[in-house]
Design a protein around this ligand. Sequence first.
Ligand SMILES: *[C@@H]1O[C@H](CO)[C@@H](O)[C@H](O)[C@H]1NC(C)=O
Ligand SMILES: *[C@@H]1O[C@H](CO)[C@@H](O)[C@H](O)[C@H]1NC(C)=O
Ligand SMILES: *[C@@H]1O[C@H](CO)[C@@H](O)[C@H](O)[C@H]1NC(C)=O
Ligand SMILES: *[C@@H]1O[C@H](CO)[C@@H](O)[C@H](O)[C@H]1NC(C)=O
Length: 473
Amino acid sequence: MKLSHDVLEALLLALPYHNDVINVPEPEPCMAQGVMLNLILLLIFCLSAVDSQFPRVCTTEAAFLTKSCCPLWKDKSPCGSLSGRGRCRNWLTFTGKEVLQNDDRLDWPRHYYENTCECHGNFSGFDCGDCKFGLHGEKCERKKEIVRRELRELTFLEQKRLFSYLALAKTTKSRDFVILSTGDRFHRQTYRFVDASLYDVFVWMHYYSMKAILRNSTFDPNKNFAHQGPVFPGWHRLNLLFLERQIQLMTGDEDFAIPYYDWRGEKNCSICTDDLLGTNDAQGVLNPYSHFSFWKAVCSGFNFPDEYCPLADLEQKMERLHRKPGATPYAPNLPSFQDVENILKLSNFDTPPFNETSLLSFRNALEGFLSPDGVTLRRSMHNLVHIYLGGTMSQIPISSNDPIFIFHHSFVDKIFETWITRYDASPTLYPDNSEVGHGPEDCATPYFPCYKNRDLIHKSMTFGYQYSSFPLK
Ligand SMILES: *[C@@H]1O[C@H](CO)[C@@H](O)[C@H](O)[C@H]1NC(C)=O
Ligand SMILES: *[C@@H]1O[C@H](CO)[C@@H](O)[C@H](O)[C@H]1NC(C)=O
Ligand SMILES: *[C@@H]1O[C@H](CO)[C@@H](O)[C@H](O)[C@H]1NC(C)=O
Ligand SMILES: *[C@@H]1O[C@H](CO)[C@@H](O)[C@H](O)[C@H]1NC(C)=O
């Protein structure tokens, strides 16, 4: 269907890189296989098996009519309640701070659903059919610990496996999730849910959550649900956990861990080689012999506040990835070792007014509206890296289309984790604030089930992963 033409093209070009047999566990329908032919067959199978992040089962008319997203689990009960996995809960406790106006994301997910699954104990997932991050097994009783390593610490074979997994994630249609594509945010009847690959669901989450907030028919560009406030580190942590988990489920490789890119003190993007992320020409076009040169950027080509992702299923309209490391005078260098040391000295997680003007705020310095000295408002850290890399990465709403995003954010998360460890931080450090979508009790947007923003400040082992060479030195 939508993906297939370019997917095939991409796979053919990627052949020299992906046709080695690698250690992929037994495939199930829509699962990984390292071998090219199987990949194509599986792909065709996956794309045709179902018709066309929202849980797919919750986008039926009935679900919207009853405002209920409590899917039946294997035991035929909502949220697996008969098996004690969870229950269908009416969230009378949604924050309710603001009357719902035009924006469908306010008080997530109340606009769409009043009933969603609340999972018990070790269970999680939109239907409580999965385990909490860091647990596995039939009853989710077994702990697991995966280690995220520097991209260049991986062996050659591990790197190949990583790129195969990413190629699969980009081409395998998500069974569980569809994405919202709409031409007009003022008119809900234009809202449409369409299929997307696992990787594109991940990209869309970032795009969707960072659109300007629409209130009383006015767009507020200084506020969104993933940036410019205390949710920034936790939201992105959850975003990576989501992708990591989806790749684990797709491949059956429970040990899959997202690597990171330690950019401190680099003179240029040293992972932008054709073996890894790809070189580029002066126009920013990626070398056709690199892994991601034929990837298309979902939700690219427009960024108007009054629409979401209207071309989400029109692949021919999407742009290819672009990258131009070091080309912009606005971001002449990557952050230094000293910069990272300095932001780690900021002991306040975040400070009033909890936006991009916050001073002495670890969050704002890490996000990069504040310089590492904590007192000057100047582009740094996370933002600086996006702008430095240029191209797709510098168009922040669609930036996660470039897989370098995940390695960058994995390192940002490593800095966050170093800070959590240094200050023995816990959810109680998450500040009370009334910024829309950034409250400690608000559900991170647009995830299922609800993850409260403050609950993302925990040591990473709570989520079953840790970093190599930790803490940062
Ligand atoms: C939940 O997981 C933990 C960690 O593996 C385990 O000790 C505990 O027994 C599990 N709880 C249940 C109810 O299975
Ligand atoms: C939106 O409009 C309503 C009614 O006019 C008003 O009470 C409310 O304060 C407005 N909200 C915002 C965020 O401007
Ligand atoms: C930050 O918050 C302050 C205080 O509410 C407000 O005056 C300012 O406009 C906000 N700045 C941005 C960029 O959102
Ligand atoms: C940085 O590397 C890219 C290739 O990845 C190259 O195109 C660019 O010219 C380099 N920039 C500098 C300043 O060396």
